[in-house]
Design a binder for this molecule. Structure first.
Ligand SMILES: [Zn+2]
Length: 152
């Protein structure tokens, strides 16, 4: 069960369409079991800048990867702490790809083989030709030690 405000979902979808053909990325903070205080933060995907500066480390550009601006991430974490809210959701889009949780997505969500944000869900929005085709939520499963698709 995911307790997420519909406005957050619509905000993420709109962001995904606007950023096409690049991946969008963003964060929703709120109370775990209550959608009333949800806040959405569309973030800047700095993957293109990283790729331009250091293409050997950042082999993909923003069409197939995302990297949240670290300053924005820190500001969101600060606001969440001040408001006593948690990170409920990380979302990003897959332009011209389906709504799966890729190996790269897993790598980004793990630190030392443990989920960096174990209580957060991940939403992947598939966008083809500037239109949303599909979306899926994923969460960490501590028994199978992988991210599994949520069946809503
Ligand atoms: Zn992805």
């Amino acid at each position: 069960m995911i307790h997420l405000n519909d406005d957050m979902l619509n905000g993420a979808r709109e962001h995904a369409v606007n950023e096409y053909p690049y991946e969008c990325c963003g964060i929703v903070i709120g109370q775990p079991d209550n959608p009333d205080h949800d806040l959405i933060f569309p973030c800047t995907n700095i993957q293109n800048q990283l790729h331009e500066k250091d293409p050997q480390t950042y082999t993909r550009d923003a069409r197939t990867a995302y990297f949240i601006d670290p300053r924005e991430l820190m500001e969101i974490m600060k606001q969440a702490a001040e408001k006593n809210l948690v990170i409920k959701l990380f979302y990003h889009s897959h332009p011209e790809h389906d709504a799966y949780f890729s190996e790269e997505d897993k790598r980004m969500a793990l630190f030392d083989n443990e989920p960096t944000y174990p209580d957060s869900r991940y939403l992947v929005i598939s966008v083809y030709n500037r239109e949303i085709r599909d979306e899926a939520f994923f969460e960490w499963n501590s028994e199978t030690l992988t991210f599994e698709k949520l069946h809503l």
